[in-house]
Design a protein around this ligand. Sequence first.
Ligand SMILES: O=C(O)CCC(=O)C(=O)O
Ligand SMILES: [Fe+2]
Length: 374
Amino acid sequence: MSVEFTPEGHRAVFRRAWLAAHALPPAPAFPPGSANAARSPWLAGLAGVPRPAAATAGETPVPEPSGSAAASFVPGPDAGGGPDADPRTEDGKRLWCAADLAGDALPSADWAAYLADDAAREACLDAVAMLGFVLLHGVDPEPDMVLRVAETFGYVRETNYGRLFDVRVVADPANLAFTSREIAPHTDNPYRDPVPTLQLLHCLRSADIGGDSGLVDGFAAAAELRRTDPASFAVLTSTSWRFEYADNTAELSAIQPLISLTPGGRIAAVRLNNRSMQPLRLPYAQAEAAYDAYRAWATLLGRPEFRLTLRLAPGDCLIFDNTRLLHARSAFAVPEGGTGERHLQGCYADIDGLLSALALLRRHQQRDEARGVG
Ligand SMILES: O=C(O)CCC(=O)C(=O)O
Ligand SMILES: [Fe+2]
């Protein structure tokens, strides 16, 4: 079927299967105007639609499915018929290197404004969606406040580390995070399936010397690897790597590539953590190619132009996309006597919940604009 859209004059051809899959029921199952009214429960009906008859002489054509002539159709997001850009992939992001976010370009806001003002909150959540992070200032440097921050846009994702975890120097550290040593750019918990998609880090006390935070846009770096070293990019996107973590209470593992692509070949996620990556068990030549590619990737990620350095002050809280950004910290000094030590609290959350909160804010804003409010 060919349809001409006016006034644009755009013409589109629709296949029978497309029409059958997206036809709305004659009587809507949902109240008109509700968001779900556009989501056809008939989607399940495609299996019952016969394939078009082959145009072989002498065969009887398959009849049209009954009732389809009167059906109306789910409005596509774009009548022009272009493919959907997936907001979770590089196509839906603003990729950056450190210089792009210098000075005022750093996505940040005050906690008080974030709480009081929907527009400020929308800008912050949009920054997480588009740039991969936002920095909130003025979040009371008190225990558990990081949970309150997460609860403003979704639900805390509890893990084997608890609802939240303390990042500070301990006597018998199970994890490099609980020392005062440098931590190279990494993503958290790549040994989990699914991986926590958002991480929050809230600074209660900063170190006198060192302990700076670093952020790297893994999508920007991956796009650069694809441009400059496509062979390494191809190896990393097609090699599965095992990540593992075990202690007295947990034994976790996941097998994933360091750079994940969508079926259409777009960058969708990165993961890297030399503390939990396990040795590759592959034939020699394949393993050698994989380690060469890994070295090229790690070298590129270490380039200073990619690394944004921040110094978290007490009350600062970072919210970042753990499937896109890598985070790091520099070594720091531990005062004698152990008082006044650097102390962060962190937790995990889900990015789809944050994107839902953002979409709701926008829906409410559109409703208010339509009513002439604000
Ligand atoms: O100490 C820091 O700044 C970060 C530690 C870390 O990487 C983490 O807690 O995930
Ligand atoms: Fe970390």
